[in-house]
Design a protein around this ligand. Structure first.
Ligand SMILES: [Zn+2]
Ligand SMILES: [Zn+2]
Length: 376
């Protein structure tokens, strides 16, 4: 029997089709009620229990075989060679009054092994949220690839989209569904719009909050405040468009706390980089673009194979996200040597560098391959 990679089926646990609350079973770690998700498998429909707090999933006996499409129903039983290693851990959530055993799903490379917990009595398997989230990025990438292959012209590619791209020169994203509801991205967009309304209704446009490199020492807070101000409607709307397109997926993948840290740190480093290297130290600098550059860099790292579509004259061109965003970075690097002193290229580069470093450890990595060695 050949080997197979931990298949995309596990990814469907992220988009369960229907649910109700199962009060009978609590997460073994969080102790909160788990959500029941209905999972369609090649042979059957299986109900799985998902903890929305820690992302862990419980498979009752033989459910994992069904989800993975392994026909051998003893493949994940207690004596199966697919499960190796033994070490007691937390209690079985089915109430078996037994400690689960920490086990590895057998793989070619031990370092890649997926660690699960199995109840020695009911033989149910707990897939910890950390392990599942480790698998999700690569599965997402594989799905994006399949989507592009099968549906090259679907998803926001109508006349309206074409006109939008033609009029604005902005790119659109082809396929990148969210797993969770995002909150911070729309909130940051709303804040920037509100602050801009404050700017146009105040006498000096709130310019005391702008970053002036020569005055940074006496006004250190402007390294932070400048990223919520904008120089005009066009500046605001184009920045917010990029934040809207790239921010939601980055927030979704990183989680809210890390996303906010990424955004603020990128904006801060962008401001400091500009202050240190700008050739125009008395000109005030405003804008979220340094922070957004960090978000764009994180997007390129987290979703490298996702497609962005842009127009070249009249023709649609589909770019890998990492290629498109890499070209954007190259333009900023060339910008340093241009005569345009009114664009804060150094700020963009500083923010982008933060995003790369920040997101690197969350990049998608190849999935471990399972080798079932008992025949079905
Ligand atoms: Zn939990
Ligand atoms: Zn049990």
């Amino acid at each position: 029997m050949g080997s197979f990679t931990l298949p995309s089926r596990i990814a469907q646990l992220d988009w369960g089709r229907s649910f109700n609350y199962d009060r009978d079973m609590n997460c073994p770690l969080c102790k909160k009620p788990m959500r029941t998700i209905l999972e369609e498998t090649p042979a059957d429909r299986v109900e799985l229990d998902l903890c929305e707090s820690c992302d862990g999933v419980w498979f009752d006996k033989s459910e994992l075989e069904a989800v993975l499409g392994v026909r051998n129903l003893s493949a994940f039983s207690r004596e199966s060679p697919l499960l190796t290693g033994r070490e007691a851990s937390f209690s079985c959530p089915r109430g078996c009054d037994a400690l689960t055993l920490a086990r590895h799903l057998a793989t070619h490379a031990a370092s890649d092994a997926v660690t699960v917990n199995q109840c020695p009595l009911c033989e149910g398997i707990w897939l910890p949220g950390s392990e599942r989230n480790r698998l999700v990025p690569q599965i997402h990438e594989e799905r994006a690839e399949a989507f592009v292959g099968q549906n090259p012209d679907r998803a926001r590619m109508g006349v309206g989209t074409w006109l939008f791209m033609f009029m604005t020169g902005l790119p659109v994203e082809q396929w990148n569904p969210l797993r969770k509801r995002v909150v911070l991205t729309p909130l940051l967009v709303a804040i920037c719009f509100l602050v801009f309304l404050g700017q146009i209704s105040s006498e000096n446009g709130l310019m005391q909050f702008a970053l002036v490199p020569a005055q940074l020492a006496t006004h250190p807070l402007t390294a932070f405040t400048h990223m919520f101000l904008h120089g005009g409607w066009l500046h605001l709307v184009s920045n917010m468009y990029f934040l809207w397109v790239f921010g939601d997926n980055v927030e979704d993948r990183l989680g809210r706390g890390r996303f906010l840290a990424l955004y603020l740190l990128s904006g801060l480093v962008a401001g400091l980089t500009h202050a240190a290297l700008s050739q125009n130290p008395t000109e005030p600098m405003v804008g979220a673009s340094g922070a957004i550059a960090g978000v764009m860099a994180a997007y390129a790292v987290l979703y490298p194979r996702t497609r962005l579509i842009s127009l070249i004259l009249f023709w649609r061109v589909r770019w890998r996200a990492w290629v498109y965003l890499g070209m954007w970075l190259a333009i900023q690097l060339f910008g340093i040597f241009s005569s345009n002193v009114h664009v804060a290229f150094w700020a963009h580069i500083g923010g982008f560098a933060v995003g790369l470093a920040f997101a690197w450890r969350y990049r998608p990595r190849p999935l471990p391959a399972l080798t079932p060695n008992s025949a079905s």
